[in-house]
Design a protein around this ligand. Structure first.
Ligand code: GLP
Length: 629
């Protein structure tokens, strides 16, 4: 753990502790909570804890459960208040925060039911106001909250205090922001199913707690964490109000810390060891800041922006610029599998062996084609053997309406076929599916038959999309990893079974190149879990003959895109290739438009390179060499 350094304090307005991973942070916090419980109980008082939902607190809850089961920590004298609850969901809906808390914590510890408080999301509209007031009174009646746990939403909200929530706001019903609903879309299989309202403690309620601890994991949170920690206190980002609390802290992992000044612009905070990556970061930053290409930067640019130290070590500007320009230039290649018969001294990938066996891991069926479809296209076109492996079925993403469409088509086919008698079994199956969809209602769990139909729909779409970038059906493999089949979004657990399935597959293919994503994602997300599973599987293969000659390339899917200084290979796309990729993405009809966003990211990457003074391409797919630990 690295604690806040004094030089960073100029930027960070609330104590921010950075841990190597979420488990380490969760363990530390759980230890503190144990002490609070024991101290209060010794004084004959209950400990009052404020609880949060979402994927963020899950590792913390797991640790509390461990402390209960293995170290005898009792929750008999603990009272809890949850931050919020969706409004309008049935109490037994699996996505209700009541169910979430029962699953993730309360069912596994000895807390008395009457000590648990969660806003009631099923209360009649005309009673909401009174209910909220009673919630506030209940908190005060037990002497206030000793420690309030918080996560942070992409809008910067705590609880569900969306932008505009005032510092004084109390428990109330609010309308969810569009971004918040989009973020919850995969939990509810489509944005249209996400409730529009919630009941949440107010900012004022939260600030009354004696201690506040906000946790955040993964690069997707990095931007909003930096704004909340370093930016002004504002109603636009309710987490920024923590700056004004006398005992508030942020506990974050290294991914979520990336946008803090001490990491993003370390030269503004203290001495820097100028590794090639840091040097490249500084030059790129300077170019973006000055809005001038790298080769046009002059000594004054560096000197006036805190980079005189770099200049004295590696200057003058002219030489530094050329070196970095060449390094950036060398990342660009139209030959992601290496260029046969060419000098590859400065190429990102080696020429030999040729052709290569290239293994592309896609956490969910859409991820790889969305992120690196054009590279896949090129690899195959350049004679390499490409295999696309979808690690999970992705079935949880498919909306009921899609399944209904397929089942209804099958029904109609049975009814209109000339030999309809022969369609009896299929018709029965389709009828059963339509009924399953009707019976489970808007928010029900998918029974296994429905889940497998949804998986098949996505399988078809991936095959179709892969075909559109030239990969034949038989080169698309579906591992349907068990962690996904057994879980729900934000609550997945992997097991050795998952690792074994991936290891067996890699061993069978003996790749020369592996493309994968998820290293920087929120640790509870599908890409991050798939990444961890793959990482463990690769560890098992380390002694295999093929392993030593395999190269590993990271790409970015839904995670934050690489910045230019992080890129080791940039594959440019012509307008025609981009169109081809976009056409391939249209094959994913069952997914919401959000899943198709990457082409814009590819265009932005090309613009960035252009701005630095490199060639102007239509778009780029970018990769980082994975240095395995
Ligand atoms: C919801 C909850 C918040 C939570 C946020 C982030 O909006 N109301 O309390 O912090 O989601 O969720 P996650 O932790 O899954 O990123």
């Amino acid at each position: 753990m690295s604690t806040r350094r004094s030089a960073a304090e100029a930027f960070e307005k609330v104590p921010t502790l950075i841990f190597p991973n979420s488990a380490a942070a969760a363990a530390e916090l759980a230890k503190e909570v144990k002490q609070i419980i024991e101290t209060k109980n010794r004084a004959g008082k209950p400990a009052v804890l404020g609880m949060a939902t979402g994927s963020t607190p899950v590792p913390f809850y797991r640790e509390l459960i461990r402390l209960h089961k293995q170290e005898g920590l009792s929750f008999k004298n603990v009272i809890t208040f949850n931050l919020d609850e969706y409004y309008g969901l049935k109490g037994d809906h699996p996505e209700s925060y009541g169910c979430f808390m029962a699953d993730q914590l309360f069912n596994h510890i000895d807390i008395p039911k009457e000590n648990i408080h969660i806003p009631n999301g099923t209360i009649a509209s005309d009673q909401v106001f009174a209910h909220c007031r009673e919630y506030e009174e209940a908190i005060d009646a037990v002497g206030g909250i000793d420690l309030q746990i918080l996560g942070i939403g992409r809008t910067g909200h705590i609880g569900f205090n969306e932008p505009g929530s005032s510092r004084e706001s109390l428990t109330r019903r609010i309308t969810l922001d569009r971004i918040t609903r989009q973020d919850a879309a995969s939990d509810f299989r489509g944005e249209e199913n996400v409730p529009s309202f919630a009941i949440t403690m107010g900012v004022g309620t939260i600030l009354r707690a004696k201690k506040l601890v906000l946790m955040a994991w993964g690069e997707n949170k990095a931007g909003i964490v930096a704004k909340a920690v370093e930016g002004p206190v504002t109603e636009v980002i309710s987490a920024s109000f923590l700056q004004d609390h006398p005992d508030a802290r942020f506990l974050i992992d290294s991914g979520a810390s990336r946008e803090l000044t001490r990491f993003k612009l370390p030269w503004l905070v203290g001495p820097v060891s100028w590794t090639p990556r840091e040097t490249q970061r500084a030059v790129v930053w300077q170019s973006v800041k000055a809005k001038r290409p790298v080769l046009k930067l002059v000594d004054e640019d560096y000197n006036e922006n805190g980079l005189s130290d770099l200049l004295s070590e590696q200057g003058p500007a002219y030489q530094l610029n050329i070196r970095i320009f060449n390094r950036l230039q060398n990342t660009i290649t139209g030959w992601p599998g290496g260029k046969p018969n060419a000098d590859d001294t400065y190429r990102p990938e080696r020429a030999r062996p040729y052709p290569k066996r290239c293994l592309i891991f896609s956490p969910e069926p859409q991820d790889a084609i969305v992120a690196i479809g054009a590279t896949i296209d090129r690899l195959r076109e350049q004679g390499h053997e490409v295999r696309v492996v979808s690690l999970t079925s992705g079935s949880l993403r498919v909306a009921d309406s899609e399944a209904d469409k397929f089942a209804s088509t099958l029904l109609e086919l049975g009814a209109t076929a000339a030999d309809s008698a022969q369609w009896q079994a299929q018709t029965e199956y389709a009828r059963e599916l339509v009924k399953l969809i009707e019976d489970k209602g808007e928010f029900g769990e998918d029974p296994p038959a429905l889940r497998s139909l949804k998986a098949l729909i996505l399988r078809g779409e991936l095959r179709d999309a892969a075909h559109a970038v030239g990969v034949p059906q038989e080169k698309v493999v579906f591992l349907d990893l068990p962690f996904y089949e057994k879980g729900r979004y934000r609550r997945f657990f992997s097991s050795p079974e998952d690792v074994a399935a991936v290891a067996a597959h890699v061993r069978d293919f003996k790749p020369h190149q592996i493309y994968l994503t998820g290293d920087a994602a929120d640790p509870s997300s599908v890409p991050a879990i798939a990444f961890k599973v793959t990482e463990s599987a690769l560890k098992e293969c380390e002694q295999d003959d093929w392993f030593g000659t395999c190269t590993f390339w990271l790409y970015r899917g839904k995670e934050k895109a690489f910045e230019p200084h992080e890129i080791d290979m940039a594959v440019p796309l012509s307008p025609v290739q981009m169109e081809r990729k976009e056409r391939a993405l249209l094959r994913y009809q069952s997914l919401s438009s959000l899943e198709h966003q990457s082409p814009q990211g590819n265009r932005d990457a090309a613009k960035q390179y252009d701005g630095l003074g490199l060639a102007e391409y239509e778009a780029m797919e970018c990769f980082q060499r994975w240095k395995r630990s």
